[in-house]
Design a protein around this ligand. Structure first.
Ligand code: NI
Length: 140
């Protein structure tokens, strides 16, 4: 089994604020990330897929198909947006990186079979880098 990781980049802004908490509690919980007008990140998304190397193509995954899937399901909706407002899943879900990466995985899995009809390749893991110090991973 070979794992292939493809890197994508996008920029987006967000504000961490939960309707479950008071204004003071939000400030205490999220600090500067709760500031009213939000802030941006240059996110790095690594999508890892795995499978056997196809004898004919010599490849694990058709990168063009993967690029189209990630482009249509993630980058088109996320890049240069205000996540809280522009991405429907965050209507009442705080756009923390933990939630962002889960939304991304849900989207990829929901459309995976339409892009990759066979048993392989499988979506193995996605990793989202928010800042130099914060990276989040979600295994499939
Ligand atoms: Ni942030």
């Amino acid at each position: 089994m070979t794992r292939v990781t493809r890197r994508y980049k996008f920029a987006a802004s967000h504000r961490l604020h939960s309707g479950h908490f008071s204004g003071e509690e939000n400030q205490a919980l999220y600090g500067k990330c709760n500031n009213p007008y939000g802030h941006g990140h240059d996110y790095v998304l690594d999508v890892s897929v795995s499978g056997p190397v196809d004898a004919a193509s010599g490849q694990v995954v058709n990168i063009q198909i993967l690029d189209r899937l990630v482009g249509e399901q993630i980058l088109r909706d996320f890049d240069h947006t205000y996540l809280n407002v522009d991405v429907r899943e965050f209507g009442d879900v705080v756009p923390t990186s933990e939630n962002i990466i889960r939304v991304m995985q849900d989207r990829l899995q929901a459309h995976w079979q339409a892009s990759f009809a066979g048993e392989w390749p499988r979506l193995e893991k996605i990793r989202l880098r928010e800042t130099k110090r914060n990276t989040f991973e979600l295994a499939s």
